[in-house]
Design a protein around this ligand. Structure first.
Ligand code: SAM
Length: 240
């Protein structure tokens, strides 16, 4: 369970109303029952229900069960889709080990307004579900060309895997084998919008030294499918 409180000093914490409702009415926990909690900074803790009221719940921190781990180093850049499909992309990115989520606005991006709070809520929900205790950063949306222009300063040494249908080979393996052979280096993934990248965007991306185009098979995948496929092959090939 994600808590916004500081946990490092132990002691007791008051669950907020939504969390108390989840603990008492959804999980049906009672006094002395135990639950794992985290806040994204102080590691994972075992907590005990110290006082379960009708709508309130005090948790006693028993012991730290996992030290805080650093965020995974994989950055996930994506042209945001709308509503439920964006929720899906965000949740899968957390489950698949993204350390930062960066919505990039491209020429054919559908979604104009991004609800960052909704994205952050989806990050927390996915983290609670898959046992991630270091919450990925959710960055504010930015125009693709601005992100690329700032890259040498902001992301020096990080390669950008640009998900794009292949010309010679449709397989991602040669790209991943080359990356693996070059030793560990911070990576980012870029998945385009349903309408694809514009000709200009594709030329800009393919002309940059830190960009590595990666095909994901011979078929055209939907953006949310491509996102999961790309995260899966990168994780399979390069670990964590
Ligand atoms: N008609 C669009 C085009 O011509 O690019 C299709 C875009 S596709 C629905 C959405 C995004 O998923 C693409 O921009 C690309 O990033 C990724 N994608 C889809 N299929 C892919 C593939 N076979 N290989 C690599 N990336 C792919």
């Amino acid at each position: 369970l994600f808590l916004r409180h500081g946990l490092a000093d132990g002691g007791q914490v008051e669950a907020d109303r939504a969390q108390a409702n989840y603990l008492l009415n959804v999980l049906r926990l009672a006094d002395d029952d135990r639950v794992l909690v985290f806040n994204g900074r102080d590691g994972e803790w075992l907590a005990e229900i110290a006082a379960a009221g009708r709508k309130a719940c005090t948790l006693r921190l028993v012991e730290r069960t996992r030290p805080q781990t650093p965020q995974p180093d994989l950055h996930y850049l994506f042209a945001p889709l709308k509503h439920a499909r964006l929720d899906y992309m965000v949740q899968k990115a957390v489950e698949m080990g993204a350390g930062a989520l960066r919505p990039v606005m491209t020429r054919h991006t559908h979604a104009s307004r991004i609800n960052l709070e909704r994205m952050e809520a989806n990050v927390v929900e996915a983290a609670e579900q898959c046992g991630v205790i270091s919450l990925p950063d959710v960055r504010a949306p930015a125009a693709l060309d601005a992100v690329l222009a700032a890259w040498p300063q902001a992301d020096a040494g990080r390669r950008l895997l640009f998900c794009d249908e292949g010309e010679e080979s449709h397989s991602p393996l040669p790209v991943l084998a080359r990356l693996a052979g070059e030793g560990p280096s911070p990576l980012a993934l870029l998945v385009g919008p349903e309408g694809g990248f514009s000709k200009e965007e594709r030329a800009l991306l393919r002309g940059l030294p830190f960009v590595v185009p990666i095909p994901l098979g011979p078929r055209i995948l939907r953006a949310d499918t491509a996102a999961v496929a790309a995260l899966a092959v990168v994780q399979a090939a390069l670990g964590d």
